[in-house]
Design a protein around this ligand. Structure first.
Ligand SMILES: *[C@@H]1O[C@H](CO)[C@@H](O)[C@H](O)[C@H]1NC(C)=O
Ligand SMILES: *[C@@H]1O[C@H](CO)[C@@H](O)[C@H](O)[C@H]1NC(C)=O
Ligand SMILES: *[C@@H]1O[C@H](CO)[C@@H](O)[C@H](O)[C@H]1NC(C)=O
Ligand SMILES: *[C@@H]1O[C@H](CO)[C@@H](O)[C@H](O)[C@H]1NC(C)=O
Ligand SMILES: *[C@@H]1O[C@H](CO)[C@@H](O)[C@H](O)[C@H]1NC(C)=O
Ligand SMILES: *[C@@H]1O[C@H](CO)[C@@H](O)[C@H](O)[C@H]1NC(C)=O
Ligand SMILES: *[C@@H]1O[C@H](CO)[C@@H](O)[C@H](O)[C@H]1NC(C)=O
Ligand SMILES: *[C@@H]1O[C@H](CO)[C@@H](O)[C@H](O)[C@H]1NC(C)=O
Length: 642
């Protein structure tokens, strides 16, 4: 996370807020308590480790560049399907500084070849792809915190305004330019499912990589053999990140999923230093500096991060969602929207993530390729939807800091796409599980995550519920939390489970503070967005009814996808090693009792009765409210200004 900004622009935006209609999806005649929430609720006392460690040094392996010329490096495999991966790698070093000294980057001067086969001795098949590169402008290297306000729009003196009616940027100094090396994307298609392949990238003329291997996922079928998915978020490149990485490799999963916040390159000043040097102290992460300041980034941290990740990514196909640290607002973009907020095209946001991860390259996912940051794909037994929480026409308490990015609202392009995807691309027989991932959590009871994306929740949650989403996974908050099945803050046997796993160990450290009587008001101020309540009430002082387990520790999770109604989830915290489990549960589906989880999805007339199976008295105040307003579908509008 870390969304602090010294310069905050005034914002005014409408959030269309509709009360959540309570629809009873419990089938008539279902047993009264087919679903029982976890008891007791567990809240592991806030762990007091040193909060986090600094990033690993850039001038030592594994972060340092270990090849020369156009030898391949940063090799990774993007999951497309059980029969296809996109192999991605870099050749040539980045260039950084004044553009006048740059050598041109010619992506096609180096081949995009992958040689592969079923044994390391016979890489007899070849695939060819495409090459690309990207560049960003950022502030000069003498940049310091006192200049953070240098792009604040001020009154424009006659004759000195640019096309956006803004004055020249005072005190910002000349801009530097980072231009990446060549980024290769090569789709390898028509693979056999559940098969081990060996591969090598590059060409004889300019250099070949070593030989790597990976296993394809099983074929997409209504039944499958149990398999593992390893998941993490908010990774970074610290000593802690590298411990989590080792455990992710040891998990030996078929697929790995990273739910946003990859490199934390935007936590750096342009000269590569962190300032203030404050992350190792026990300050709440909401006070952590940087992250989100337009044109303040140390882009070489992307190259170092991919080097660190290579042992996992070259052997396990991965899927990525975009987080707030991937936004990396560009300076020109920032200036253009200062006067015309919300009207600018989001073309330059997510530039590094988009170019390197390369969804636009393979274009094999289903999604809007003009903003190629939300998509869906199928894993064995699972339809996976990846959303981007930082685009759209709304604002939220946090996202307003990201100039030009918004928050998803009903009616946005992403919403329309999601509805269409779930209607046409989701087949419950083929993929019984429906899982959604996006970076920041809706259900989270830590300071910083509390009601922080409430507008997004209020706009999207009923769509999730209608289509019977089973599991929703998040990162962003640097701690672990798992909920019971919940809808609109009430335990609901036909609602999804939610998890926050933003605890892979990045430089910003742990989020250690639970919301309680002391921290509640600060939590709403730090996180709460335009749709959040403004004042705390006593029911907010304890672990919320929907929160089953929470623990501020670094770690990762593994999903053992057992069958059409059971997925085993295990949480592995760093201090114990990969083989020790500190939390585990079985996620279940109830297609026989929940009509929103049956195939085909049946529309049920809204009813204003209480959810069957919820324990008497368990839902708190919010739940009671939602039951009372069950039939109220009137829209109300609120205005926010920040
Ligand atoms: C950075 O430099 C490259 C190479 O000279 C150039 O193509 C690119 O347009 C520059 N990028 C920006 C954002 O100005
Ligand atoms: C490299 O050269 C060897 C020997 O001529 C050839 O078999 C192989 O296919 C070449 N590899 C690539 C990637 O071009
Ligand atoms: C992070 O890594 C440091 C250095 O190895 C260690 O001392 C610390 O306990 C770790 N923090 C957590 C929360 O695991
Ligand atoms: C570290 O953070 C604290 C609290 O935000 C602040 O008071 C202090 O000045 C910072 N230290 C440095 C070295 O910047
Ligand atoms: C914002 O709303 C307009 C009009 O409904 C829509 O065309 C556009 O796609 C929306 N923007 C995003 C980023 O969804
Ligand atoms: C859904 O998947 C099943 C199993 O693969 C298949 O038999 C069926 O035709 C699919 N339904 C549709 C509408 O594509
Ligand atoms: C709430 O949490 C804070 C931060 O951990 C702690 O200092 C405080 O004692 C707690 N207050 C209550 C009432 O539990
Ligand atoms: C799925 O696996 C769970 C847990 O092992 C088991 O209880 C259940 O009977 C299985 N269901 C089916 C349909 O095989």
């Amino acid at each position: 996370m870390a969304t602090h900004l010294a310069t905050v622009f005034a914002l005014a935006a409408f959030q269309v807020v509709s009360a959540q209609p309570y629809v009873n999806y419990v089938a008539p005649g279902a047993p009264t308590s087919f679903y029982v929430p976890d008891t007791p609720q567990i809240s592991v006392p806030e762990v007091r480790f040193p909060s986090g460690s600094q990033d690993l040094p850039l001038d030592q392996e594994p972060l340092q560049r270990a090849v020369s010329g156009f030898q391949p490096e940063q090799v990774n495999l993007i999951y497309i399907s059980p029969t296809e991966v996109t192999v991605t790698w870099n050749t040539g070093d980045y260039q950084d500084g004044q553009t006048s000294n740059f050598k041109p980057v010619s992506p096609d001067s180096v081949c995009h070849t992958v040689a592969y086969g079923s044994s390391p001795k016979s890489l007899t098949q070849t695939a060819r792809g495409t090459g690309t590169y990207y560049s960003v402008n950022y502030y000069y290297s003498g940049f310091s915190t006192k200049n953070l306000g240098c792009n604040t729009p001020t009154t424009c003196a006659a004759g000195q305004c640019d096309t956006y009616n803004l004055p020249p940027l005072p005190n910002c100094g000349p801009l530097n330019n980072y231009t990446s090396g060549i980024i290769h994307h090569t789709p390898v298609m028509n693979l056999q499912p559940a098969t081990t392949y060996y591969y090598q990238v590059g060409c004889n003329a300019t250099g070949l990589s070593g030989i790597y291997s990976f296993r394809t996922a099983q074929a997409l079928k209504p039944t499958w053999t149990p398999y593992k998915i390893a998941m993490w978020a908010d990774v970074g490149q610290t000593m802690n990140s590298s411990v989590t990485l080792e455990h992710m490799v040891e998990a030996d999963a078929d697929i790995s999923i990273l739910i946003g916040d990859l490199t934390y390159a935007d936590d750096y000043l342009p000269d590569g230093h962190i300032q203030p040097d404050n992350y190792s102290s026990q300050v709440p992460t909401t006070d952590a500096p940087f992250g989100g300041q337009p044109a303040v980034v140390h882009e070489p941290r992307w190259d170092s991060w991919y080097r660190l990740m290579e042992p996992l990514f070259s052997s396990t196909p991965w899927i990525s969602a975009a987080g707030n640290h991937e936004i990396e607002s560009q300076l020109e973009y920032d200036r253009s929207v200062s006067n015309a907020r919300g009207n600018a095209s989001p073309v330059d946001l997510f530039k590094a993530w988009d170019t390197r991860y390369g969804i636009a390259g393979p274009a094999k996912y289903t999604g809007d390729q003009s903003v190629p940051s939300y998509f869906s794909t199928n894993l064995p037994g699972i339809h996976l939807v990846v959303l981007n929480a930082y685009i759209g026409n709304g604002t939220s308490g946090e996202t307003e800091y990201y100039i030009g990015s918004g928050s998803p609202l009903k009616g946005d392009a992403q919403y329309e796409w999601l509805e269409e995807d779930l209607t046409t691309n989701f087949n419950r027989t083929l993929t019984p599980w429906l899982m959604v991932i996006f970076h920041p959590p809706w259900y989270n009871s830590y300071v910083g995550g509390y009601y922080a994306h409430e507008c997004f929740r209020q706009n999207y949650e009923s769509l999730f519920y209608q289509f019977g989403v089973d599991i929703v996974m998040h990162g962003h908050i640097h701690a672990y939390e798992r909920t019971d099945k919940v809808y609109n803050y009430a335990i609901n046997p036909c609602g999804p489970y939610y998890m926050t796993i933003g605890d892979a160990g990045n430089i910003e450290g742990l989020t250690a503070y639970f919301v309680n009587a002391t921290t509640c008001q600060r939590a709403l101020k730090a996180g709460g967005d335009a749709c959040a309540p403004t004042t705390c009430t006593p029911d907010m002082y304890n672990q919320p009814v929907w929160s089953a387990y929470r623990e501020p520790s670094f770690g990762h999770i593994v999903l053992n996808v057992i069958n059409s109604t059971a997925i085993e989830m295990t949480f592995h915290r760093n201090q114990d090693g990969e083989n020790v489990i500190s939390d585990n549960t079985i996620f279940r589906r109830y297609p026989q009792y929940c009509t929103n989880q049956a195939q085909p999805t049946t529309q049920v007339t809204p009813q204003a009765n209480a959810p069957v199976g919820a324990p008497a008295g368990a839902p708190g105040k919010d739940a009671a409210n939602s039951a009372n307003t069950a039939t109220n579908t009137a829209n109300t509008a609120t205005t926010s200004s920040g």
